[in-house]
Design a protein around this ligand. Structure first.
Ligand SMILES: Nc1ncnc2c1ncn2[C@@H]1O[C@H](COP(=O)(O)OP(=O)(O)OP(=O)(O)O)[C@@H](O)[C@H]1O
Ligand SMILES: [Mg+2]
Length: 233
């Protein structure tokens, strides 16, 4: 589905990604873990076209994404749930969803607003509320719903659990599992290791802009050294 080879990304002269290699297969959910500043968001932004890699290739469904605009990459089928959620504060829940709705030529699944409401019944209840009147968990649901309405084939999620209470994180986890069941391929950046290991088929650890470990969630959970050195737990 998507393959990054030797991706090098910069902010100005700061060299952030030092040859990142990773792959997400069709229907697979991969979690990208690492400490603050490891380069997780930069990796996601490099895929979404918000940062343009200076070297390396990103092949998505046999097309090269490096050098394409974010708009083109989105239309090619890459969805993004950004870090910090970014819902429109002065639009209602319904308006936030309506502006995202789009027919897709590529993806098999065509999401409707009603289906998003089935996944998140609370959004239906609050459809006339403004984005800034929602709780953090509800905003996260809205951000995911909006990304789904763009009918992506591949979904990037940047720290969906950030700043949320444990009971809400549990809900978000179940929602990610539901979305995964639709067959959508996903790359999820997380600092919450339990959530990541529960939803992911494979885990990748990034440190200082390099992939330092890759394996099964169960292998990570049993590797105390790895957890301590790269994830600080
Ligand atoms: N716009 C920017 N300009 C300059 N440097 C940046 C910019 N954004 C991020 N960086 C730097 O790039 C490095 C990687 O940042 P990135 O946001 O990718 O990390 P992250 O793994 O997502 O961290 P976090 O867990 O805090 O979200 C950090 O050292 C950060 O300070
Ligand atoms: Mg980040």
């Amino acid at each position: 589905m998507i393959e990054l080879k030797e991706v090098h990304s910069y902010y100005g002269h700061s060299h952030i990604l030092h040859g990142v290699n990773l792959q997400v297969k069709k229907g697979q959910c991969v979690a990208l873990l690492g400490r603050n500043g490891a380069g997780k968001t930069t990796t996601i932004h490099s895929i979404a076209g918000l940062v343009v890699p200076k070297e390396g290739t990103i092949q998505f469904k046999d097309k090269e994404l490096v050098g394409r605009t974010p708009n083109h990459i989105s239309k090619a089928g890459v969805g993004l749930v950004p870090q910090g959620r970014r819902v429109f504060p002065s639009l209602t829940v319904k308006e936030n969803l309506l502006i995202a709705e789009r027919k897709s030529i590529s993806s098999e699944k065509q999401w409707t607003i009603e289906e998003v409401y089935q996944l998140f019944p609370i959004l239906k209840e609050r459809e006339e509320n403004m984005g800034n009147e929602l709780s953090g968990g509800q905003q996260q649901m809205l951000a995911i719903g909006r990304a789904l309405l763009l009918n992506p084939d591949f979904l990037l999620m940047d720290e969906p659990s950030e700043g949320l209470a444990p009971v809400i994180i549990e809900q978000i986890k179940n929602i990610i599992l539901d979305v995964k069941k639709t067959g959508l391929s996903m790359l999820i950046v997380e600092q919450n290791i339990d959530l990541a290991c529960c939803v992911a088929d494979e885990v990748i650890i990034l440190n200082k802009g390099e992939v330092v470990w890759q394996g099964l969630p169960a292998e990570l959970l049993h590797n105390d050294e790895l957890l301590k050195v790269h994830l600080g737990v």
